[in-house]
Write a protein that binds this ligand. Sequence first.
Ligand code: ZN
Length: 538
Amino acid sequence: MRCLSPSPKAWIGAASLLMVAASPLQNSSPAQNSPYDIVIVGGTVVDGAGAVPVRNDLAIKNGRIVAIGRFPKATGTEVIDATGLTVAPGFIDVHTHADDIAETPRAENFVRMGVTSVIAGNCGGSALDVADALAKIRRDGVAINYATLIGHNTVRRAVMGTANRDPTVAELAKMKSLVWRAMADGAVGFSTGLQYVPGTYAKGAEILELARVAGNAGGVYASHMRNEGTQLEDALQETIRVGEMAMCRVQISHLKVDSPSRWGSSQRALALIDAARARGIDVEADQYAYTAASSSLSIRFPSWALEGGQDAIAQRLKDPETWIKIKNDMRGLLAERGFSDLSFAVVASYASDPSLNGLSMKQVAQKLRRSDSLDDQLESARMMMLNGGGSMVYHLMSGDDIERIMRHPQVAIASDSSVLPFGDGMPHPRGYGNNARVLGEYVRTRQVVTIQEAIRKMTSLPAQHFRLDGRGLLKPGYAADVTIFNASTVADAATFERPHAYAVGIPYVLVNGVVVVRKGEHTGATPGQVLANTVANK
Ligand SMILES: [Zn+2]
């Protein structure tokens, strides 16, 4: 639903919020015979700060939580009976690719797993014109709150294309000015995606210079690091050094160990984060709760082969000698990481031939070449790259690493997902299920973390690190972003085979005091706000 025809409720919510700022007369609104707009009664409140759950009621007025205690039902214009349910702050997902939220403003996959705020622009990819992107979201209306980072790959591509070299002095100055512009326009930080073209060609000095610009404007530095397996510790050191030298907060994106040959090294990675924090560097991380990752097919190719855009890539893949070199590099990369072939790689979305969606590269090779040898798998990957490439799901993590990372107090829960149009392609199921999976699988079934700790990792922890003031806690004065779930039944329903399935056991979600999910269904309301950095303009 777009802004021209939002539900009446969305308008009421937005209007009340404006009135709060403008005039005390809002109290005399004729519709308000009760002191509160909404009371949530009978639930067990988990505050987001990590306190043990307590039985309490919540009162909401003008988009904000105004009181927590015990209230008669008659005190609310609307009463939500949360008997037997858990009442938590709305979940904050700081690692998303929800950059195109204006195209799918209901953001149903997010809000139906309890997410009320997202941060987009991760892994180096964002809108270049942040002012324009935020204006469009403000104008059209979206269901959940939205903030963005400014992406390094976006900025570098705008200035240098996909060149595999250092920037000139003038190019670096131009990139810095673009990062500054984005921060002044409301970006909440700077992101890198150092495994992707063209970010992968950037050295530390360039990243430091750009992160410093964002840091000076109050922004966080969020990094999809150069390596997440065989050189995980080196990559972490590089990222932490940026935070140390640029004096900015650091977010390690989707922390994982993505190589079987290095499984278990999450212990050393977390120790590096602890050591940095002990030195006063504000480093945190986020993770999603799945043993499979999602990325492009191209990430399996050596980065030197990806320079210069599709034509240049095709030329290399078509040249027999160069292709042999690429193939050897790919074999070497696989062996180093502990893989014997590409059976861990499953096609998620391949536009040129959707019949391959859902097949592993081993199955793709069997289908296309009547042989599933490693060589035929690599030849199939080459053919797919020549036809535009595709997006993949990679099964490459160990459950032990995921649990160890989840137990770390400075690791937030984040999906790494985009806004998913229902039924479209074969996306990673995390986009529908991540938060629900943590609450169902990791809290209730495996008991890896307590419910209050899991909620803290989804709310106040990321809110504070990304400076989303007034969000992430159930506390008077805070925005009424509220997720109400059944702790006994909450679960992810999306699987790798059937990813398009909404999370279950989350009957109510409120965004800025407006009900967006009621009895498990999306109301069509679009009360989301843009959460913009304001430090740069002070
Ligand atoms: Zn990433």
